[in-house]
Design a protein around this ligand. Sequence first.
Ligand SMILES: [Zn+2]
Length: 260
Amino acid sequence: MEVRLAHMTFIEVEQAITERRIVIVPTGATEAHGPHMPTDTDTHQAEHMAVRLAERVNAVVAPAIPYGISKTFEHFKGTVSLSIPLYQELVYEVGAALIKQGFTHLVLLNGNRPNGTSNDAVARRLIDDLDERFDFKVTAVSYWEPGAAQIHALRKSKVGGMGHGCEYETSFQLATRPELVHMERLKGVYAPLVGWDLVAPGEPSRTYARRPNPTTNHASIFGDPHTASAEAGKAFIDAAVDGLVRMIEGLQLSYGERRK
Ligand SMILES: [Zn+2]
C-alpha cells in the first residue's frame, strides 16, 4: 500500500480520503546537529517515523516541512530558520488545505522540539476556524512523546543526555543513515548534559536560555552523543513507533472509529 501522498496521483488521494485514512504532516528543521550529523536530521527523523507509523495504521504521509523554528542554532552555518509567525502560517495553510479536501484526521508529527508548541497552537486554530464547515480532528505530537517511558528505559546516558545531536538522535541516524554520521569527529568534543531531556523528562519545564555560539566552543549539541549506537537507535525507533501506534489506536477507539 502506497503511503506517500507525493507518490500518488489525485485519484489515489481521493481514494484515501474516501477510505478515511489519516493524513500525517511531518514537521522538521534545517539546523546544525553537531559536527557529526547532517542538517536535515530532524526532517529525516519526522518523515521516517511518519512512514513507519503510516505503514502500521494505514495512513497517508504528506511531504515533510523541511524548515522549522531553529533560531536556537542560527549562529551555526547551515541553519535556516523560519520566524515563528511564518512557520505557524505555513503549517496552518498545509493543514487547512488537507482538511478542506476531506481528510478527517490530521496528525502533525513533529521532529524538532521548538516546533511542538507552535504545532499545538496551529491545531487549536484549525479547529476554531474550520470545525463549523468540516468534521475533523487534529493531533499534534512530537514523535518521541508517546513512547517516551519505553525509550527512557533503553537509554545509556545520564539525565540530560537526550536533547539535540544527543544519544537519541545520533543513535537514530546511526540506525538509519550511518553513511551520513561522522562519529570520529566527536573525539574531544565538549557536549555538556542539559538540564532537561528530550524524552521522559523527570520534571518537565519550558525554560529558555541564552543560545549557543560556535565562538564559545559550543558544538551545537545538547546531550551525550558518545553513548550512541546503531543498535540503540533501532530499539529507540521501534519503541517510538509502538508508542505512536498505541496513541493512534487509542484515539480511534475513543472516537468510536475502528479500522478495517
Ligand atoms: Zn534534532
